[in-house]
Design a protein around this ligand. Structure first.
Ligand SMILES: Nc1nc2c(c(=O)[nH]1)N[C@H]1C(S)=C(S)[C@@H](COP(=O)(O)OP(=O)(O)OC[C@H]3O[C@@H](n4cnc5c(=O)[nH]c(N)nc54)[C@H](O)[C@@H]3O)O[C@H]1N2
Ligand SMILES: Nc1nc2c(c(=O)[nH]1)N[C@H]1C(S)=C(S)[C@@H](COP(=O)(O)OP(=O)(O)OC[C@H]3O[C@@H](n4cnc5c(=O)[nH]c(N)nc54)[C@H](O)[C@@H]3O)O[C@H]1N2
Ligand SMILES: [Mo]
Length: 761
């Protein structure tokens, strides 16, 4: 057998031996026990546990190993044998730990006991669970409900998340921001506006039937690697893939299936993208308008020649509104303006448009490359326009496919983690729990951070995540966050957010999804919803990392019991003993989505909660799909000027958000460091710079808050001119909090106006 640790480093195709080597590296670093491999075998299978990495769907016909490189890394990272015990704090102060990297903080291992911060020693110290809950409740009772914020990162299962939303509302606030406020909020708001669905319309059978994918700003190779299998299958049956991305991402270029032995032995790769268009960051509105122009012109020609129409005129007439105005607009915008705004040529867009026209069934896929811009919602509306031209939504093999982030990020929203009252069935909550739910909309992430800066937010509870590191304006956050009366972090591992404790500060360690969750009513199951709106049960069977850990649900219930007066309709203790009862409550609150919840928990491939737009039911104001006439050609929120660059913040293949597994971004050939500035070679020459120069980035805004990040090694990189790249989360000191999508307030992390300068020079 090949020893995978001996394989050479490579930056070849996605998957392949490189992916096994990537897994082996984490396995070596966070080796748990031989049982770790057994655990991986149970990943994403009915009766097993659902991967805690991304939200990509799990097929009903699963592979023997239904996981990818990054899913395996996420699991092994949780299964580490290292422990960050209370004794750790004997040797380290909070001030000292601020000098540690994200990687080193999480490498201390799993947190084992509840902790409270002690300002006198600048350390955390062990505390009993009941004392922690009582202390938290005490502070919360002393401030206004709306001064507290209940944040959730998309990890926690549906049961814990539902109770978390209930806890916040019973306490009197709708301040329930979520990690999706930083990623697919643009989808929740922007997609909802045009097709009446706040999530994607495709399901697994669409992937199996499509003959064409258009990829805009989503990187499956790193962020949803299991997607590479249906993509490969699509290529094998002759489907076409066209990609728009400023960066040449390996996973969209070629793939070797690590689950197919003969492909692995022969190294046979599948070429993924038939066309790869490296547009400028923020250039999608113009690029898609160009594609639409090509389709419209082809339809004109077909009509003139008496051939079948290219536009799906019946669909347009029956299902859409606003198409005529859009078509007139598309005709009127001259090609040179489009070329200038996206950096692609008319000829390139004509080639891509031709593929779209020739395909019967097209899926439009998108990710952060569309959502994280000042006009991200318009990006999405434009992609929908393109799909609507040929009726590519709501039929087999076609649709709109936003690829979600965290494993249960979509599901948390489904069960009530949302700040907008209009999204919540308040009447049902009122009836079920006998209380008057708060009527005022709560704060999303941007509003909560602004509230923090203004001193209006006094307590932050975090169900997972590493908010301080994930949000914009990290420098200002680090000043404002510790001024709060209370910070509570429900976490599995130590991270930077723990190092800025509020006046009262608690770290509450929880079980991970692979671990057995034993309660008075026996071992418990949790559930998650994937990107295709499929609900899956998840069973952990590993021995917990410490016998002091509590489940996320038990922690939420513990806080609730300490904070809220007893009430016969609020059986926190009984719910903690038996999660099936919580699922019954979810079903009672959302009967259409969760009919038969407990019975359907382990259906292979999950059970579908149903999305109206999938069946061409448009829950918009007009009852139709909305075609949007764009009022601009760029999604940037600033002018392009000499010396100003658009900073695109990137994920490497070796991280999950702020969790940094290692320093090998092998698909991009960047090894050993994350402190880099990637820049087009001609831009480097024009600016009088040279490879290896130590650089700083300075945000190009004048709002009285200087923002700078230095110590970056300059690397020539295949990026369009004017676009520079560097890693997330390190770059978050540079992103102003008010730099966000105009409609949804999703931070515009993919286009930050910056200047470059030599560091120290
Ligand atoms: N291994 C791993 N998996 C993950 C994550 C992780 O960090 N690591 N994060 C999870 C989370 S929470 C999320 S939300 C998803 C994120 O997954 P993705 O949506 O794939 O997010 P990113 O990698 O940030 O950006 C996607 C792509 O957008 C491109 N891009 C940037 N600007 C533009 C632009 O203006 N136009 C176009 N067309 N493209 C552009 C980038 O080059 C990049 O390839 O992944 C999830 N899965
Ligand atoms: N510049 C820039 N900034 C970005 C982005 C970007 O592309 N560019 N992307 C944004 C996106 S898409 C997102 S989603 C956010 C991510 O923001 P968050 O969701 O807040 O951050 P994560 O890095 O996913 O959280 C990692 C921490 O979660 C905890 N954790 C891990 N597993 C569990 C678990 O099972 N339960 C609990 N309770 N805790 C757990 C661990 O303590 C770990 O340290 O960042 C956003 N920020
Ligand atoms: Mo995300």
């Amino acid at each position: 057998m090949t020893d995978i640790s001996d394989l050479p480093e490579e930056s070849g195709p996605a998957g392949g031996w490189g992916s096994l080597k990537g897994i082996a590296h984490i396995y070596g670093e966070s080796w748990a026990s031989p049982g770790a491999l057994d655990t991986l075998r149970r990943q994403n299978k009915p009766g097993g546990f659902m991967c805690a990495s991304c939200a990509f769907p799990k097929p009903a016909n699963y592979h023997p190993f239904e996981f990818c490189e990054n899913g395996a890394k996420a699991t092994l990272w949780d299964l580490t044998s290292s422990r960050c015990t209370p004794a750790f704090w004997e040797d380290h102060s909070v001030a000292e730990l601020r000098g540690w990297s994200d990687h080193d903080l999480e490498s201390t291992g799993r947190l084992t006991a509840p902790l409270r911060y002690d300002a006198a020693t600048d350390r955390y110290a062990e505390i009993g669970w009941d004392e922690a809950f009582a202390g938290i409740a005490d502070v919360l009772r002393g401030i206004e409900p709306d001064e507290a914020v209940f944040y959730a990162s998309g990890h926690a299962g549906l049961e814990a998340s539902y109770l978390y939303g209930l806890l916040a509302r019973l306490h009197g606030t709708n301040n329930l921001p979520q990690s999706s406020n930083m990623c697919h909020e643009t989808t929740s708001v922007g997609l909802k506006k045009v097709i009446g669905a706040s999530v994607g319309t495709v399901i697994w059978e669409d992937l199996e039937a499509t003959d064409c994918y258009f990829f805009f700003g989503q990187n499956p190779g790193s962020n949803s690697p299991r997607f590479l299998h249906p993509l490969k299958e699509a290529k094998d049956r002759g489907a076409k893939i066209v990609t728009f991305n400023p960066v040449r991402e390996q996973g969209l270029i070629s793939f070797v299936n690590p689950q197919n032995l003969s492909d692995m032995v022969t190294g046979r790769e599948t070429i993924i993208s038939d066309q790869y268009h490296q547009l400028k960051a923020g250039g999608d509105i113009a690029a898609i308008l160009g594609l639409c122009k090509v389709v419209i012109e082809a339809d004109d020609r077909a009509q003139a020649e008496g051939l079948p129409r290219v536009l799906d005129v019946d669909f347009i007439a029956e299902h859409t509104t606003g198409m005529d105005a859009f078509i007139a607009h598309a005709r009127s915008v001259p090609w040179p303006e489009i070329e200038a705004a996206c950096g692609l040529t008319e000829a390139a867009l004509r080639d891509a448009g031709q593929v779209y026209i020739e395909a019967e069934r097209v899926i439009g896929v998108y990710g952060m490359g569309l959502t994280q811009h000042t006009h991200g919602s318009l990006n999405i509306a434009m992609l929908v326009n393109l799909l609507l031209l040929r009726g590519n939504i709501g039929r087999l093999g076609a649709g709109c496919c936003p690829v979600r982030g965290h494993s249960n990020v979509q599901g948390q929203r489904t069960v009530g983690i949302a700040e907008k009252t209009s999204l919540i069935p308040m009447d049902r909550l009122r009836a079920l729990y006998d209380f008057e739910p708060p009527q005022k909309d709560g704060m999303n992430i941007v509003e909560a951070v602004e509230g923090l800066f203004e001193g209006k937010v006094k307590a932050f509870l975090c169900l997972g995540g590493n908010l301080l590191r994930a949000v914009p304006d990290q420098g200002r956050m680090e000043e404002a966050w510790p001024k709060q009366e209370l910070t509570v972090m429900i976490s599995t591992k130590l991270n930077r957010s723990h190092l800025f404790p509020g006046k009262a500060a608690y770290i509450l360690p929880c079980l991970s999804r692979t671990e057995r969750d034993s309660q008075t009513g026996g071992d418990q199951v949790v559930s998650v919803e994937d990107s295709f709106s499929m609900i899956h049960g998840s069973v952990g069977n590993r021995k917990p990392a410490s016998d002091q850990l509590m489940s996320e649900l038990a922690i939420v219930a513990g806080i609730a019991k300490a904070l809220l007066p007893p009430h016969p309709k609020r059986d926190w203790e009984g719910w903690t003993g038996d999660y099936a009862r919580v699922r019954d409550l979810i079903e009672a609150t959302y009967p259409d989505d969760f009919k038969g919840f407990n019975q359907r928990l382990f259906e292979p491939g999950g059970f579908y909660r149903g999305i109206p737009a999938h069946d061409r039911i448009w829950e918009t104001e007009s009852g139709k799909a909305v075609v949007t006439t764009p009022d601009r050609l760029t999604s940037l929120g600033y002018d392009e000027q000499a010396g100003r660059y658009s900073l695109l913040t990137m994920r490497s293949n070796d991280q999950f958000n702020t969790t940094i597994y290692g320093y090998s971004d092998r698909f991009r050939g960047i090894e050993g460091t994350r402190d880099v500035l990637l820049m087009n070679e001609a831009d480097i020459a024009e600016a009088g710079l040279a490879k290896g120069d130590v650089m700083a980035l300075v945000t190009d805004t004048e709002d009285g808050h200087p923002r700078r990040l230095g110590g970056l090694a300059l690397i020539p990189f295949d990026l369009p001119r004017g676009t520079v790249g560097s890693y997330y989360p390190e770059c978050n000191v540079l992103v102003p909090i008010d730099h966000h999508d105009t409609l949804s307030k999703t931070p515009a992390y993919k286009s930050v106006p910056v200047r470059v300068e030599r560091d120290g020079g």
